[in-house]
Design a protein around this ligand. Structure first.
Ligand code: ASC
Length: 150
């Protein structure tokens, strides 16, 4: 029993440590990983945009759930822009690697805006969530404009 518990605890701690330490045997795995995280993010952000735009009714609880998912995905995607993953089936511009400081600044801004969205989600206030979702969208767009090929 103790051994089982220990095994479960070990698995849990590894799972917790994974986001920052995503590992890729091949560049294409990193590319697929970040594209997957962004596709999921677009889905969950889409629900928030729809609420912010009044296309679906605002529900604070649903919004907060979506925001938590976005916050996790936002961390995951950035762990996958590893060296060597600039070539292949990707629209990532080489500048991500050659101008890493600028990309890192985009990442920092993204995390900052998502942290504000998480805070807004906790208030349950529509106007605050709407404003914060808008800022996150601008953050996404700014980075895509600068670092994503057409
Ligand atoms: C998304 C998505 C993007 C951004 C951007 C925000 O959901 O797929 O590229 O948000 O549209 O302006």
């Amino acid at each position: 029993m103790n051994r089982l518990l220990l095994a479960a605890a070990t698995v849990a701690s590894i799972a917790t440590a994974l986001p920052a330490a995503a590992q890729f045997a091949k560049p294409e795995q990193a590319i697929k990983y970040r594209q997957s995280a962004m596709a999921l993010q677009a889905n969950h952000l889409g629900r928030l945009f729809a609420m912010a735009n009044g296309k679906v009714p605002f529900e604070a609880k649903v919004a907060a759930e979506q925001i938590e998912i976005v916050a996790m995905l936002n961390k995951l995607q950035f762990a996958a822009f590893v060296d060597g993953s600039d070539k292949g089936d990707t629209r990532a511009k080489p500048e991500i690697w050659s101008q890493r400081d600028k990309f890192n600044a985009r990442e920092a801004k993204s995390h900052e805006d998502v942290a504000k969205l998480v805070a807004a989600g906790k208030t349950g206030d529509f106007e605050q969530i709407k404003a914060a979702v808008g800022a996150v969208g601008q953050s996404c767009k700014g980075c895509h404009d600068e670092f994503r090929k057409e």
